[in-house]
Design a protein around this ligand. Sequence first.
Ligand code: NAD
Ligand code: TYD
Length: 352
Amino acid sequence: MNKTIVITGGAGFIGSHVVRLFVNKYPDYRIVNLDKLTYAGNLANLKDIESKPNYIFEKGDICDLDAMRQLFQRYNVDGVIHLAAESHVDRSIRDPFTFARTNVLGTLSLLQAAKEQWNGNWEGKRFYHISTDEVYGALPFDGTLFTEHTRYDPHSPYSASKASSDHFVRAYHDTYGLPVVITNCSNNYGPYQFPEKLIPLFINNIRHKKPLPVYGKGENVRDWLFVEDHARAIDLIYHRGRTAETYNIGGFNEWRNIDLVRLLVRTVDRLLGRPEGSDEPLITFVTDRAGHDLRYAIDSSKLKNELGWEPSLQFEEGIEKTVKWYLDNQAWLDEVTSGEYEKYYERMYAGR
Ligand code: NAD
Ligand code: TYD
């Protein structure tokens, strides 16, 4: 193995796609997946690659500085791709402290462990921090886009914690010289997303004819990107992105929530052999999310111009693939929503 990369949060939604891509594409890299296995982390996401010789799973908490120091020493780490985080806005509204702890203090522990281990020898080293477009706040309905120069203006405890972690990452570069790179991505969708987020939650609810709780009037706009396109961008930026730069990653693919929900209803209905659109009465408008950001939209032209990255999938095609995956993987959905897998992994890794 000529390189060791720690991918944090590799048992989560996006992390599992990144781990899979790196393990398969780079057999000469040792890929260490560091994950605490919270409710959102599930090793079932990685069954297809878990026995590959260049893959290692380490259960651990990024907030535990000593454990992070030991991990960096044990594996003589060359690079970090940092995805571990609490990631759901609604949970952050109920429990902001957990978000500050994991997203801010956890990131700080990793930065410190990397700095101590590398100790000024930055050659061949990289700390890649994965962030979100939500740090930029909300856009009006005027066609403007978030660029890398948009002022940070987070509104939710989730986005405030991610913004704070971004600042620490930049501070470790500016103060100590740590070779960092940051990307801010738009909403991801695809297989293995925990079904508390809009798309998997609603696919599952449509299938089971449960209500679809649309916040407010469903007018909020999100820019959706297929998760494998995000993983491809991460690969490119890990290898070719410029140190200390920020790159925005997005799909140039804005959808009003209500239009997206109707597309999901039509797609699930068609794939289940129901009359298309017949499940629209499941749509239920509910009280809006507190501080609900109106619109996110990313300008990813810097990434396109510098590194040639573009989304590969049309949204309708990506949604079709995604709906099919959830309909074919009901057992996965049942497992991650039952709480059983959390108990299982607690037992399995007890005492490690
Ligand atoms: P996720 O919630 O699906 O997964 C998070 C993973 O981190 C889980 O496996 C969890 O077990 C792990 N984790 C949580 N706390 C940990 C801790 N203290 N120590 C170690 N591991 C811990 O999240 P996701 O949607 O895959 O997002 C991954 C990253 O990408 C996050 O940093 C998120 O902010 C960012 N992001 C997500 C999106 C999106 O649409 N999902 C968009 C842009 C950026
Ligand atoms: P979500 O998937 O939670 O991602 P984010 O909040 O990071 O954008 O939500 C996507 C959009 O869907 C957001 O505008 C909130 C809305 N939403 C609902 O209307 N109902 C729901 O049950 C959920 C989970 C989200």
